[in-house]
Design a protein around this ligand. Structure first.
Ligand SMILES: Nc1ncnc2c1ncn2[C@@H]1O[C@H](COP(=O)(O)OP(=O)(O)OP(=O)(O)O)[C@@H](O)[C@H]1O
Ligand SMILES: [Mg+2]
Length: 458
Protein backbone atom coordinates (compact mmCIF):
# COMPACT_ATOMS: atom_id res chain seq x y z
CA UNK A 1 0.00 0.00 0.00
CA UNK A 2 2.76 2.34 1.11
CA UNK A 3 4.73 1.34 -1.96
CA UNK A 4 1.74 2.04 -4.19
CA UNK A 5 1.34 5.46 -2.62
CA UNK A 6 4.99 6.17 -3.22
CA UNK A 7 4.60 5.11 -6.84
CA UNK A 8 1.55 7.32 -7.29
CA UNK A 9 3.41 10.28 -5.81
CA UNK A 10 6.33 9.58 -8.10
CA UNK A 11 4.02 9.39 -11.12
CA UNK A 12 2.41 12.67 -10.18
CA UNK A 13 5.72 14.48 -9.76
CA UNK A 14 7.12 12.85 -12.89
CA UNK A 15 4.12 13.76 -15.02
CA UNK A 16 4.17 17.36 -13.79
CA UNK A 17 7.87 17.78 -14.37
CA UNK A 18 7.71 16.03 -17.77
CA UNK A 19 4.86 18.31 -18.78
CA UNK A 20 6.78 21.32 -17.58
CA UNK A 21 9.89 20.06 -19.37
CA UNK A 22 7.96 19.57 -22.63
CA UNK A 23 6.43 23.03 -22.47
CA UNK A 24 9.77 24.64 -21.56
CA UNK A 25 11.71 22.76 -24.24
CA UNK A 26 9.18 23.14 -27.04
CA UNK A 27 8.46 26.75 -26.04
CA UNK A 28 12.12 27.74 -26.00
CA UNK A 29 12.96 26.02 -29.27
CA UNK A 30 9.86 27.47 -30.96
CA UNK A 31 10.69 30.93 -29.67
CA UNK A 32 14.30 30.71 -30.87
CA UNK A 33 13.21 29.38 -34.27
CA UNK A 34 10.68 32.14 -34.65
CA UNK A 35 13.17 34.76 -33.58
CA UNK A 36 15.72 33.45 -36.00
CA UNK A 37 13.33 33.30 -38.94
CA UNK A 38 11.82 36.70 -38.26
CA UNK A 39 15.22 38.27 -37.82
CA UNK A 40 16.52 36.70 -40.99
CA UNK A 41 13.47 37.90 -42.90
CA UNK A 42 13.85 41.37 -41.41
CA UNK A 43 17.53 41.62 -42.32
CA UNK A 44 16.86 40.49 -45.91
CA UNK A 45 14.13 43.09 -46.24
CA UNK A 46 16.37 45.76 -44.72
CA UNK A 47 19.22 45.06 -47.14
CA UNK A 48 16.85 45.23 -50.07
CA UNK A 49 15.28 48.47 -48.83
CA UNK A 50 18.65 50.07 -48.39
CA UNK A 51 19.60 49.34 -51.94
CA UNK A 52 16.30 50.66 -53.28
CA UNK A 53 16.25 53.71 -51.08
CA UNK A 54 19.84 54.51 -52.07
CA UNK A 55 18.67 55.23 -55.59
CA UNK A 56 15.18 56.60 -54.95
CA UNK A 57 15.52 58.61 -51.73
CA UNK A 58 18.11 61.24 -50.97
CA UNK A 59 18.94 63.09 -47.72
CA UNK A 60 17.96 66.32 -49.47
CA UNK A 61 14.41 65.10 -50.04
CA UNK A 62 14.10 64.71 -46.27
CA UNK A 63 15.40 68.16 -45.56
CA UNK A 64 12.30 69.58 -47.27
CA UNK A 65 10.24 66.51 -46.68
CA UNK A 66 6.83 67.95 -46.05
CA UNK A 67 6.75 70.06 -49.12
CA UNK A 68 4.22 69.03 -51.75
CA UNK A 69 6.74 68.09 -54.40
CA UNK A 70 8.69 65.75 -52.18
CA UNK A 71 5.43 64.06 -51.13
CA UNK A 72 4.95 62.86 -54.70
CA UNK A 73 8.49 61.44 -54.82
CA UNK A 74 7.92 59.62 -51.52
CA UNK A 75 4.61 58.26 -52.82
CA UNK A 76 6.31 56.94 -55.93
CA UNK A 77 8.92 55.21 -53.83
CA UNK A 78 6.27 53.79 -51.50
CA UNK A 79 4.24 52.47 -54.43
CA UNK A 80 7.29 50.77 -55.83
CA UNK A 81 7.98 49.07 -52.52
CA UNK A 82 4.34 48.13 -52.04
CA UNK A 83 4.39 46.54 -55.48
CA UNK A 84 6.83 43.97 -54.15
CA UNK A 85 5.38 40.65 -53.07
CA UNK A 86 4.33 40.36 -49.40
CA UNK A 87 4.83 44.08 -48.62
CA UNK A 88 1.59 45.88 -47.96
CA UNK A 89 2.43 49.11 -46.22
CA UNK A 90 5.33 51.55 -46.09
CA UNK A 91 5.89 54.53 -43.84
CA UNK A 92 8.71 56.98 -44.22
CA UNK A 93 10.12 58.99 -41.30
CA UNK A 94 12.70 61.72 -41.20
CA UNK A 95 15.61 61.67 -38.75
CA UNK A 96 13.56 63.49 -36.10
CA UNK A 97 10.94 60.71 -36.06
CA UNK A 98 8.33 62.72 -37.96
CA UNK A 99 6.23 60.77 -40.41
CA UNK A 100 6.90 62.31 -43.82
CA UNK A 101 4.90 59.88 -45.89
CA UNK A 102 2.10 57.38 -45.25
CA UNK A 103 -0.97 56.20 -47.14
CA UNK A 104 -2.85 57.44 -44.08
CA UNK A 105 -2.55 61.12 -44.78
CA UNK A 106 -3.86 62.32 -41.43
CA UNK A 107 -0.75 60.91 -39.75
CA UNK A 108 1.72 62.70 -41.98
CA UNK A 109 3.60 65.41 -40.11
CA UNK A 110 3.14 63.70 -36.69
CA UNK A 111 6.11 62.85 -34.57
CA UNK A 112 6.56 59.25 -33.33
CA UNK A 113 9.70 59.39 -31.22
CA UNK A 114 7.89 57.51 -28.44
CA UNK A 115 7.92 54.44 -30.73
CA UNK A 116 10.85 52.48 -29.33
CA UNK A 117 11.61 50.49 -32.47
CA UNK A 118 11.61 53.66 -34.52
CA UNK A 119 13.93 55.25 -32.02
CA UNK A 120 16.35 52.35 -32.34
CA UNK A 121 16.13 52.53 -36.14
CA UNK A 122 16.94 56.24 -36.05
CA UNK A 123 19.92 55.25 -33.94
CA UNK A 124 21.14 53.14 -36.90
CA UNK A 125 19.86 49.66 -36.02
CA UNK A 126 17.51 47.54 -38.09
CA UNK A 127 14.51 46.56 -35.96
CA UNK A 128 12.28 43.61 -36.61
CA UNK A 129 9.09 42.85 -34.73
CA UNK A 130 6.37 40.35 -35.22
CA UNK A 131 2.88 41.52 -34.51
CA UNK A 132 -0.74 40.87 -35.21
CA UNK A 133 -2.87 42.56 -37.82
CA UNK A 134 -4.62 45.59 -36.51
CA UNK A 135 -8.13 46.61 -37.35
CA UNK A 136 -6.88 48.98 -39.99
CA UNK A 137 -5.33 46.09 -41.93
CA UNK A 138 -8.56 44.22 -42.36
CA UNK A 139 -8.22 44.33 -46.11
CA UNK A 140 -4.86 42.59 -46.00
CA UNK A 141 -6.19 39.92 -43.70
CA UNK A 142 -8.68 38.99 -46.45
CA UNK A 143 -5.91 38.85 -48.94
CA UNK A 144 -3.49 36.69 -46.96
CA UNK A 145 -5.75 34.72 -44.68
CA UNK A 146 -3.11 35.28 -42.02
CA UNK A 147 -3.26 37.62 -39.07
CA UNK A 148 0.43 37.89 -38.36
CA UNK A 149 2.72 40.42 -39.85
CA UNK A 150 6.32 41.51 -39.63
CA UNK A 151 7.26 45.11 -39.06
CA UNK A 152 10.73 46.07 -40.23
CA UNK A 153 12.30 49.41 -39.34
CA UNK A 154 15.17 50.23 -41.67
CA UNK A 155 17.51 53.17 -40.93
CA UNK A 156 18.43 55.19 -44.04
CA UNK A 157 22.13 55.94 -44.01
CA UNK A 158 23.94 58.72 -45.80
CA UNK A 159 26.11 57.10 -48.52
CA UNK A 160 29.21 59.13 -47.58
CA UNK A 161 29.03 59.97 -43.91
CA UNK A 162 26.97 56.96 -42.83
CA UNK A 163 24.71 59.27 -40.84
CA UNK A 164 21.06 58.39 -40.38
CA UNK A 165 18.85 60.72 -42.35
CA UNK A 166 15.55 58.91 -41.98
CA UNK A 167 13.85 55.56 -41.52
CA UNK A 168 11.42 53.27 -43.30
CA UNK A 169 8.76 51.23 -41.62
CA UNK A 170 7.67 48.28 -43.71
CA UNK A 171 4.79 45.93 -43.00
CA UNK A 172 5.28 42.53 -44.51
CA UNK A 173 3.35 39.37 -44.84
CA UNK A 174 5.95 36.64 -45.42
CA UNK A 175 3.35 33.89 -45.79
CA UNK A 176 5.80 31.16 -46.75
CA UNK A 177 7.97 32.08 -43.77
CA UNK A 178 5.00 31.85 -41.47
CA UNK A 179 4.05 28.48 -42.92
CA UNK A 180 7.59 27.22 -42.48
CA UNK A 181 7.60 28.57 -38.94
CA UNK A 182 4.35 26.77 -38.18
CA UNK A 183 5.61 23.53 -39.65
CA UNK A 184 8.79 23.72 -37.61
CA UNK A 185 6.88 24.61 -34.49
CA UNK A 186 4.57 21.62 -34.99
CA UNK A 187 7.57 19.35 -35.52
CA UNK A 188 9.22 20.70 -32.37
CA UNK A 189 6.07 20.02 -30.34
CA UNK A 190 5.66 16.53 -31.74
CA UNK A 191 9.32 15.68 -31.05
CA UNK A 192 9.17 17.18 -27.55
CA UNK A 193 5.95 15.34 -26.78
CA UNK A 194 7.36 12.04 -28.02
CA UNK A 195 10.53 12.55 -26.01
CA UNK A 196 8.45 13.47 -22.97
CA UNK A 197 6.27 10.39 -23.28
CA UNK A 198 9.33 8.17 -23.75
CA UNK A 199 11.02 9.76 -20.76
CA UNK A 200 7.88 9.41 -18.67
CA UNK A 201 7.40 5.78 -19.63
CA UNK A 202 11.01 4.78 -19.07
CA UNK A 203 11.32 6.65 -15.77
CA UNK A 204 8.13 5.15 -14.38
CA UNK A 205 9.16 1.71 -15.61
CA UNK A 206 12.58 2.07 -13.96
CA UNK A 207 11.06 3.33 -10.72
CA UNK A 208 8.45 0.59 -10.63
CA UNK A 209 11.15 -2.05 -11.22
CA UNK A 210 13.35 -0.56 -8.52
CA UNK A 211 10.40 -0.68 -6.12
CA UNK A 212 9.67 -4.26 -7.09
CA UNK A 213 13.31 -5.21 -6.64
CA UNK A 214 13.34 -3.51 -3.26
CA UNK A 215 10.16 -5.32 -2.26
CA UNK A 216 11.67 -8.63 -3.29
CA UNK A 217 14.86 -7.89 -1.35
CA UNK A 218 12.82 -6.87 1.71
CA UNK A 219 10.77 -10.04 1.47
CA UNK A 220 13.89 -12.17 1.03
CA UNK A 221 15.52 -10.45 3.97
CA UNK A 222 12.42 -10.92 6.10
CA UNK A 223 12.21 -14.57 5.11
CA UNK A 224 15.88 -15.14 5.83
CA UNK A 225 15.56 -13.51 9.22
CA UNK A 226 12.47 -15.52 10.05
CA UNK A 227 14.22 -18.69 8.94
CA UNK A 228 17.26 -17.87 11.00
CA UNK A 229 15.18 -17.25 14.11
CA UNK A 230 13.25 -20.43 13.49
CA UNK A 231 16.39 -22.46 12.89
CA UNK A 232 17.87 -21.21 16.16
CA UNK A 233 14.69 -21.93 18.04
CA UNK A 234 14.39 -25.43 16.59
CA UNK A 235 18.05 -26.14 17.22
CA UNK A 236 17.61 -25.26 20.92
CA UNK A 237 14.45 -27.34 21.25
CA UNK A 238 16.14 -30.13 19.28
CA UNK A 239 19.16 -30.23 21.57
CA UNK A 240 16.90 -30.39 24.63
CA UNK A 241 14.64 -33.05 23.19
CA UNK A 242 17.57 -35.09 21.93
CA UNK A 243 18.98 -35.32 25.48
CA UNK A 244 15.59 -36.18 26.86
CA UNK A 245 14.84 -38.78 24.20
CA UNK A 246 18.21 -40.36 24.73
CA UNK A 247 17.66 -40.56 28.50
CA UNK A 248 14.19 -42.03 28.07
CA UNK A 249 15.23 -44.42 25.33
CA UNK A 250 17.49 -46.63 27.48
CA UNK A 251 15.10 -47.27 30.42
CA UNK A 252 12.26 -47.61 27.93
CA UNK A 253 14.18 -50.31 26.06
CA UNK A 254 14.75 -52.14 29.33
CA UNK A 255 11.04 -51.95 30.23
CA UNK A 256 10.05 -53.04 26.73
CA UNK A 257 12.41 -56.04 26.80
CA UNK A 258 11.03 -57.04 30.19
CA UNK A 259 7.44 -56.79 28.96
CA UNK A 260 8.32 -58.85 25.91
CA UNK A 261 9.94 -61.52 28.12
CA UNK A 262 6.91 -61.55 30.40
CA UNK A 263 4.58 -61.94 27.41
CA UNK A 264 6.81 -64.75 26.12
CA UNK A 265 6.66 -66.47 29.52
CA UNK A 266 2.89 -66.19 29.47
CA UNK A 267 2.63 -67.77 26.02
CA UNK A 268 0.07 -70.50 26.08
CA UNK A 269 -1.70 -68.97 29.06
CA UNK A 270 -5.33 -67.98 28.41
CA UNK A 271 -5.03 -64.67 26.52
CA UNK A 272 -8.25 -63.53 28.14
CA UNK A 273 -6.77 -63.13 31.61
CA UNK A 274 -6.32 -59.60 32.85
CA UNK A 275 -2.51 -59.74 33.31
CA UNK A 276 -1.92 -60.70 29.65
CA UNK A 277 -4.29 -58.00 28.42
CA UNK A 278 -2.58 -55.36 30.60
CA UNK A 279 0.83 -56.45 29.38
CA UNK A 280 -0.36 -56.14 25.75
CA UNK A 281 -1.62 -52.60 26.42
CA UNK A 282 1.73 -51.72 28.06
CA UNK A 283 3.57 -53.24 25.06
CA UNK A 284 1.62 -51.25 22.44
CA UNK A 285 1.98 -48.00 24.37
CA UNK A 286 5.71 -48.53 24.82
CA UNK A 287 6.05 -49.04 21.07
CA UNK A 288 4.07 -45.86 20.53
CA UNK A 289 6.44 -43.98 22.86
CA UNK A 290 9.31 -45.66 21.00
CA UNK A 291 7.90 -44.24 17.74
CA UNK A 292 7.72 -40.77 19.23
CA UNK A 293 11.25 -41.02 20.54
CA UNK A 294 12.51 -42.11 17.14
CA UNK A 295 10.73 -39.12 15.64
CA UNK A 296 12.26 -36.79 18.19
CA UNK A 297 15.70 -38.17 17.41
CA UNK A 298 14.99 -37.67 13.72
CA UNK A 299 13.91 -34.10 14.40
CA UNK A 300 17.00 -33.34 16.45
CA UNK A 301 19.13 -34.90 13.75
CA UNK A 302 20.61 -37.40 16.14
CA UNK A 303 19.47 -40.41 14.16
CA UNK A 304 21.75 -41.98 11.59
CA UNK A 305 20.78 -42.67 8.04
CA UNK A 306 22.28 -44.34 5.02
CA UNK A 307 23.09 -41.89 2.31
CA UNK A 308 22.77 -43.19 -1.23
CA UNK A 309 22.46 -41.45 -4.61
CA UNK A 310 18.78 -41.22 -5.45
CA UNK A 311 16.36 -39.57 -7.79
CA UNK A 312 13.83 -37.40 -5.99
CA UNK A 313 11.24 -38.04 -8.73
CA UNK A 314 11.38 -41.78 -7.96
CA UNK A 315 10.82 -41.20 -4.24
CA UNK A 316 7.90 -38.91 -5.06
CA UNK A 317 6.30 -41.45 -7.41
CA UNK A 318 6.66 -44.19 -4.80
CA UNK A 319 5.14 -41.97 -2.11
CA UNK A 320 2.22 -41.09 -4.36
CA UNK A 321 1.57 -44.77 -5.00
CA UNK A 322 1.10 -45.24 -1.27
CA UNK A 323 -1.46 -42.46 -0.86
CA UNK A 324 -3.18 -42.64 -4.23
CA UNK A 325 -6.04 -44.92 -3.26
CA UNK A 326 -7.05 -43.41 0.08
CA UNK A 327 -6.80 -39.92 -1.39
CA UNK A 328 -8.87 -40.92 -4.43
CA UNK A 329 -11.60 -42.02 -2.06
CA UNK A 330 -11.70 -38.44 -0.80
CA UNK A 331 -11.93 -37.15 -4.39
CA UNK A 332 -8.58 -35.40 -4.07
CA UNK A 333 -7.05 -34.60 -7.46
CA UNK A 334 -3.31 -34.98 -8.00
CA UNK A 335 -1.33 -32.91 -10.40
CA UNK A 336 2.31 -33.79 -11.10
CA UNK A 337 4.94 -31.89 -13.02
CA UNK A 338 8.20 -33.75 -12.52
CA UNK A 339 11.32 -32.46 -14.21
CA UNK A 340 12.81 -35.53 -15.87
CA UNK A 341 16.26 -33.96 -16.13
CA UNK A 342 16.55 -33.73 -12.35
CA UNK A 343 20.06 -34.51 -11.09
CA UNK A 344 20.48 -37.06 -8.31
CA UNK A 345 20.74 -36.17 -4.65
CA UNK A 346 22.41 -37.97 -1.76
CA UNK A 347 20.13 -39.20 0.98
CA UNK A 348 18.09 -41.86 2.67
CA UNK A 349 15.08 -42.72 0.46
CA UNK A 350 13.03 -43.95 3.44
CA UNK A 351 13.51 -40.73 5.37
CA UNK A 352 12.78 -38.55 2.35
CA UNK A 353 9.69 -40.62 1.71
CA UNK A 354 8.66 -39.97 5.30
CA UNK A 355 8.97 -36.21 4.67
CA UNK A 356 6.82 -36.45 1.54
CA UNK A 357 4.20 -38.57 3.29
CA UNK A 358 4.06 -36.05 6.15
CA UNK A 359 3.53 -33.18 3.70
CA UNK A 360 0.97 -35.14 1.70
CA UNK A 361 -1.02 -36.11 4.78
CA UNK A 362 -1.01 -32.50 5.98
CA UNK A 363 -2.19 -31.39 2.54
CA UNK A 364 -4.93 -34.02 2.64
CA UNK A 365 -6.08 -32.77 6.06
CA UNK A 366 -6.11 -29.20 4.72
CA UNK A 367 -8.01 -29.76 1.48
CA UNK A 368 -10.60 -32.22 2.75
CA UNK A 369 -13.05 -33.56 0.14
CA UNK A 370 -12.53 -32.63 -3.50
CA UNK A 371 -9.34 -30.56 -3.13
CA UNK A 372 -6.26 -30.44 -5.29
CA UNK A 373 -2.66 -31.32 -4.50
CA UNK A 374 0.13 -30.53 -6.96
CA UNK A 375 3.68 -31.73 -6.87
CA UNK A 376 6.38 -30.27 -9.02
CA UNK A 377 10.12 -30.73 -9.19
CA UNK A 378 12.74 -28.57 -10.79
CA UNK A 379 16.39 -27.54 -10.60
CA UNK A 380 17.37 -24.24 -9.06
CA UNK A 381 20.75 -22.95 -10.21
CA UNK A 382 20.89 -19.91 -7.93
CA UNK A 383 23.31 -20.62 -5.05
CA UNK A 384 23.13 -24.33 -5.87
CA UNK A 385 22.41 -26.30 -7.90
CA UNK A 386 19.47 -27.43 -5.81
CA UNK A 387 16.93 -30.12 -6.49
CA UNK A 388 13.58 -28.66 -5.51
CA UNK A 389 10.23 -30.29 -4.80
CA UNK A 390 7.07 -28.28 -4.24
CA UNK A 391 3.98 -29.69 -2.56
CA UNK A 392 1.05 -27.33 -3.11
CA UNK A 393 -2.46 -27.72 -1.87
CA UNK A 394 -5.70 -25.83 -2.34
CA UNK A 395 -6.60 -26.19 1.33
CA UNK A 396 -7.61 -23.80 4.06
CA UNK A 397 -4.13 -22.35 4.46
CA UNK A 398 -2.23 -21.44 7.61
CA UNK A 399 -3.09 -18.30 9.60
CA UNK A 400 -0.10 -15.91 9.78
CA UNK A 401 -0.15 -15.94 13.57
CA UNK A 402 0.77 -19.64 13.76
CA UNK A 403 2.92 -20.05 10.67
CA UNK A 404 6.06 -19.43 12.73
CA UNK A 405 5.23 -22.37 15.02
CA UNK A 406 4.25 -25.16 12.66
CA UNK A 407 7.72 -26.74 12.72
CA UNK A 408 7.77 -26.81 16.54
CA UNK A 409 7.57 -30.32 17.93
CA UNK A 410 4.11 -31.10 19.33
CA UNK A 411 2.53 -28.05 17.74
CA UNK A 412 -0.75 -29.13 16.22
CA UNK A 413 -4.10 -27.59 15.47
CA UNK A 414 -5.65 -31.00 15.02
CA UNK A 415 -7.49 -32.94 17.70
CA UNK A 416 -5.44 -35.14 20.04
CA UNK A 417 -6.50 -38.25 18.13
CA UNK A 418 -5.66 -36.81 14.75
CA UNK A 419 -2.27 -35.22 15.17
CA UNK A 420 0.71 -35.32 17.49
CA UNK A 421 2.34 -32.28 15.98
CA UNK A 422 5.52 -34.08 15.01
CA UNK A 423 5.09 -34.45 11.25
CA UNK A 424 6.67 -31.16 10.25
CA UNK A 425 9.23 -31.18 13.09
CA UNK A 426 10.48 -34.57 11.91
CA UNK A 427 10.44 -33.46 8.27
CA UNK A 428 12.40 -30.36 9.21
CA UNK A 429 15.04 -32.49 10.99
CA UNK A 430 15.33 -34.91 8.10
CA UNK A 431 15.66 -32.24 5.43
CA UNK A 432 18.21 -30.39 7.53
CA UNK A 433 20.31 -33.47 8.08
CA UNK A 434 20.37 -33.87 4.28
CA UNK A 435 21.87 -30.38 3.95
CA UNK A 436 18.61 -29.04 2.53
CA UNK A 437 15.84 -26.72 3.63
CA UNK A 438 12.07 -26.67 3.94
CA UNK A 439 10.03 -23.52 3.44
CA UNK A 440 6.39 -22.71 3.67
CA UNK A 441 4.21 -20.09 2.03
CA UNK A 442 0.52 -19.91 2.72
CA UNK A 443 -2.55 -17.81 2.02
CA UNK A 444 -5.42 -18.41 4.36
CA UNK A 445 -8.42 -19.64 2.41
CA UNK A 446 -6.38 -20.25 -0.73
CA UNK A 447 -3.79 -22.88 0.03
CA UNK A 448 -0.28 -23.70 1.11
CA UNK A 449 2.95 -24.60 -0.58
CA UNK A 450 5.86 -26.40 1.05
CA UNK A 451 9.17 -26.21 -0.81
CA UNK A 452 11.88 -28.79 -0.20
CA UNK A 453 15.39 -28.09 -1.37
CA UNK A 454 18.21 -30.65 -1.51
CA UNK A 455 21.75 -30.08 -2.75
CA UNK A 456 22.25 -31.75 -6.10
CA UNK A 457 24.86 -34.50 -6.15
CA UNK A 458 28.13 -33.20 -7.53
N1 LIG B 1 -0.77 -28.09 4.23
C1 LIG B 1 -1.20 -27.50 5.36
N2 LIG B 1 -2.28 -26.71 5.34
C2 LIG B 1 -2.73 -26.09 6.45
N3 LIG B 1 -2.15 -26.24 7.65
C3 LIG B 1 -1.07 -27.03 7.76
C4 LIG B 1 -0.54 -27.71 6.62
N4 LIG B 1 0.54 -28.39 7.01
C5 LIG B 1 0.68 -28.17 8.33
N5 LIG B 1 -0.28 -27.38 8.78
C6 LIG B 1 -0.47 -26.92 10.16
O1 LIG B 1 0.73 -27.20 10.87
C7 LIG B 1 0.43 -27.95 12.03
C8 LIG B 1 1.61 -28.86 12.33
O2 LIG B 1 1.74 -29.85 11.34
P1 LIG B 1 2.43 -31.20 11.69
O3 LIG B 1 2.45 -32.06 10.49
O4 LIG B 1 3.75 -30.91 12.33
O5 LIG B 1 1.51 -31.80 12.82
P2 LIG B 1 0.08 -32.44 12.64
O6 LIG B 1 -0.19 -32.71 11.22
O7 LIG B 1 -0.85 -31.58 13.37
O8 LIG B 1 0.29 -33.79 13.40
P3 LIG B 1 1.13 -35.05 12.91
O9 LIG B 1 1.74 -34.69 11.63
O10 LIG B 1 2.13 -35.27 13.96
O11 LIG B 1 0.15 -36.13 12.77
C9 LIG B 1 -0.85 -28.68 11.70
O12 LIG B 1 -1.55 -29.03 12.86
C10 LIG B 1 -1.59 -27.64 10.87
O13 LIG B 1 -2.22 -26.70 11.69
MG1 LIG C 1 1.17 -33.69 10.01
Amino acid sequence: MERLNLFHKFLLILSLSTLLGIVALAGTISYLLKKNLVEEEGQDTASLMRVLSGSDLSPEMFAQALRQGEGVAFARFADRIKGMPEVFRVKIYDKAGTLVWSDEERLVGKNFTDNLELKEALGGKVQVAMGLLKREHIYESDRYNENRLIEVYVPLLHPDSGEVYGALEIYKHPVSHFALMDRMRRAVWVISLTLGILLFASCSWLFWNALKQQKKLDAEKGLMQAQLIQAEKLATIGAMLAGLAHEINNPLNIIWNKVRLMLKDLQGVNPGIELVQDLRVIDSNISRIGGIIRNLLAFSRKSNFDSVPLNLNTVISESLLLVEKPFARMNIVFDQALDLSLPQILGDPNQIQQVLLNLLSNARDAVQEGGKISIRTYVLKHGGPWVVAEVRDSGHGIPPEIIGRIFDPFFTTKGSHEGVGLGLAVSYGIVNSHGGSIQVESRPGQGTVFTLRFPARA
